[in-house]
Design a protein around this ligand. Structure first.
Ligand SMILES: [Zn+2]
Length: 227
């Protein structure tokens, strides 16, 4: 059984093939006010370790909708950080724009992210999850523009959905993560521990595996994917 809570940079396809997604995205029924739209904070750090909110969000999407994992982190290769992947606060969800089943998954996620909250709050789950921007199939939608616009980057992103997280989202400090982890509503949240109930030695092994996978991912994706 693949453990989606592991803070690895990337799950390999064989590890995810046993997943049986529910096909349904649950309602975020938490009595905490929907946060405002995430602020833009450009990447500055070379810190390619998966941040806890990104790990939780990836798990949520994969276990409910399926698809694949194209990774969270990338090294900087000695260069300044130019992507939130360099800070472990972006995720690439493997889906294929030529595959109708994958397109349906993506549309289901976007419907869930961008629908109003119970009190009419626009784009409620996008805000609750602390997401900054999403790129898919030649379009980009951000917390600043709040609408889909043409994406001019080199990759049209037809083989993955790119998602960048704000720092509060990446650190699991917003209400989506409160709801997901069962933290008491209405209280300030702390980032959950990356790994629970295992030994320091196991953490070291997990981080070594995650780091190796991250560098593999870095090598594979940095050249092919600007985002
Ligand atoms: Zn990406």
């Amino acid at each position: 059984m693949v453990d989606l809570t592991k803070p690895v940079c990337i799950f390999l396809p064989g590890q995810l093939s046993e997943l049986q997604p529910t096909g349904v995205l649950p309602e975020v029924d938490i009595p905490v006010t929907v946060e405002g739209f995430a602020e833009r904070v450009p990447p500055t750090k070379c810190e390619p370790t998966p941040k806890p909110g990104v790990v939780l969000y990836r798990k949520f999407v994969l276990e409910h909708l399926g698809g694949g994992d194209s990774g969270i982190c990338r090294g900087c290769g000695g260069q300044p950080a130019k992507s939130e992947h360099n800070e472990g606060r972006a995720w690439d969800w493997t889906v294929d724009a030529n595959n109708p089943a994958d397109v349906a998954r993506v549309e289901q996620l976007f419907d869930w992210l961008f629908k109003p909250g119970p009190n009419g709050e626009p784009e409620a789950n996008f805000r609750r999850a602390g997401l900054r921007y999403i790129i898919w199939d030649g379009r980009i939608r951000s917390s600043r523009t709040r609408e889909w616009r043409p994406y001019s980057g080199a990759s049209r992103h037809r083989d993955h959905v790119h998602t960048t997280f704000s720092w509060p989202g990446a650190l699991a400090q917003t209400s989506f993560y409160q709801w997901l982890t069962g933290a008491p509503p209405g209280l300030p949240t702390e980032p959950p521990p990356l790994v629970q109930g295992i030994t320091v030695a196991q953490i070291a092994v997990a981080m070594a595996i995650g780091g190796a996978a991250g560098w593999l991912g870095a090598d594979l994706f940095t050249r092919a994917r600007p985002e």
